[in-house]
Design a binder for this molecule. Structure first.
Ligand code: PLP
Length: 471
């Protein structure tokens, strides 16, 4: 990178030797570039999928999703078995959920974590057994609690004192015993973006450690509630294993204290395992998380003289994130002259046909992503670029810092890596832009698992809307 370009790029961004290179660290395993230069996913040309389903388009490499799901499951199960226990894995549905994905989770033998009545409805409709569903949420409505108890979900995570009575009374009215966990605000800083760190003291989730024993006693006093154990989720996109280790150090003494008053068979340590979004990221392998967390639990339980509980985890992004890519069509392109401290440079602004409505993470969390030119290869030099959306916000950025070939043209396709998690699930209709289709690709075949939203879908709630026939 020239000194001028370096002035306008973050230190981690390295100019690629080959702009056509596909870094296996960030792209799904099934992504390949043909000799002709275009890219395919699981044997299907991405250009063909874009023509068939339109852009923006979210593609999921189904084998890659399954491979990640199996890897996560086996890593945690093996680590737990090594310390004489077992593990239960809940896929965090908030990262990406459709009925087809519920079926995949079922086939993978994973459990499913949902956080609203809507996610619960989709999970049930996808056919997973309700006892494998866990319901979260800091403000579950009575309706959501009722729905969960009626459906016989396997666990409800209590997030505040008021929920104890609410869940107990619904379960009592149905003469059921509802298994519950209690979410602890352990005060651990998860070394991640502030908005993603959910176990610090000054935030809305969970119950302070000091308040937990009294609330667990209250739970245990209800014959229609069964206490499963503690729950903690310290944040998302975490690379530092120390955050989990510290969380466990705070949870085990509390867990031991609770054992004095009754059973607490499980300990839920949450999700948040980070993934690579750029070539500069160095996410630890999931086995490293699994081993170090389990070993710490075993050590602390040994010291405390208690049995190791069943360990529960709630990974989302690490399964769904890297399996997904988003394909966009390039529209306008501008070379913007930059000048700072007497240094000048150019940043290429490449506008694509989506943006913060299909990927809010860069604007919400300053998240980084990586793009490639998908419709062809290029012999042009790498140009310092920014991939931006079509929304009326200057913060509508999909990839803030990247290199794309200097000759990117309107109508080229650009693909963005690792968009499987928290992109579609956070999608909006901002500026009345419709949300993309999701297509699963496997062994040369494509399956539409969520069709693209139409204007008719989008405006269906507006009683005065009539279709514009001029377009
Ligand atoms: C309670 C809870 N569990 C699990 C997750 C999944 O996190 P991730 O997708 O980063 O693994 C989240 C995400 O926010 C969460 O809030």
């Amino acid at each position: 990178m020239s000194a001028n370009q370096a002035k306008f790029a973050p230190a981690w961004l390295v100019e690629p030797k080959d702009v056509n290179h596909i870094d296996s660290k960030i792209w799904p395993a099934g992504l390949t570039r043909s000799a002709a230069g275009d890219i395919s996913l699981a044997g299907v040309p991405v250009g063909q999928l874009a023509a068939q389903y339109g852009t923006p388009l979210m593609l999921i490499d189904q084998d890659d999703f399954f491979a990640r799901g199996e890897k996560v499951k086996s890593a945690f199960e093996k680590a737990a078995a090594t310390i004489g226990s077992s593990a239960k894995i809940y896929f965090a549905g908030k990262s990406l959920l459709t009925t087809e994905i519920v079926k995949w989770i079922d086939q993978l033998g994973l459990n499913l974590d949902v956080s609203t009545g809507g996610e619960l409805a989709l999970a049930l409709s996808g056919g997973i057994s309700p006892d494998r569903i866990g319901l979260h949420g800091n403000n579950k409505s009575l309706y959501e609690i009722g729905r969960a108890v009626t459906a016989n979900v396997g666990a409800i995570v209590i997030d505040s004192e008021i929920e104890i009575e609410r869940i107990a009374s619904v379960a009592g009215a149905q003469d059921k015993i509802q298994p519950v966990r209690i979410r602890v605000n352990s005060g651990v800083h998860a070394y991640t973006h502030e908005y993603l760190a959910t176990a610090r003291e000054d935030q809305k989730f969970g119950i302070a450690i000091s308040d937990v024993p009294a609330l667990v006693a209250k739970i245990r006093s209800h014959s229609h509630l069964k206490f499963l154990g503690l729950h903690s989720h310290i944040g998302s996109q975490i690379f530092a294993i120390e955050g989990f280790v510290e969380s466990v150090r705070r949870l085990i003494p509390l867990h031991k204290q609770l054992l004095e008053g009754g059973e607490a068979p499980e300990l839920n340590i949450g999700g948040g395992f980070g993934i690579n979004y750029t070539s500069a990221d160095q996410a630890p392998a999931i086995e490293v998380f699994a081993d170090q967390i389990s070993n710490e639990v075993a050590k602390l339980c040994g010291e405390a003289g208690i049995a190791v509980p069943v360990l529960c985890f709630e990974p989302g992004r690490v399964i769904s994130g890297p399996a997904g890519i988003t394909v966009y069509n390039v529209g306008t392109i501008k070379d913007v002259q930059l000048s700072e401290d007497g240094v000048t440079g150019i940043r290429k602004y490449i506008s694509i046909d989506g943006g913060m409505s299909d990927n809010a993470r860069p604007s919400l969390y300053s998240a980084d992503y990586s793009p490639i030119l998908a419709s062809r290869s290029s012999a042009a030099k790498p140009a310092l670029s920014r991939v931006v959306g079509k929304h009326c916000e200057s913060g509508d950025i999909v990839v803030r810092n990247c290199f794309l070939p200097e000759d990117v043209n309107p109508n080229d396709l650009v693909a963005v890596a690792a968009t499987g998690a928290y992109c579609h699930s956070l999608a909006s209709n901002y500026n009345y832009v419709t949300r993309p289709a999701i297509v699963a690709v496997k062994g040369g075949n494509a399956q539409l698992i969520l069709r693209a939203e139409t204007e008719a879908d989008m405006f269906a709630r507006d009683p005065g809307y009539s279709e514009d026939k001029t377009g």
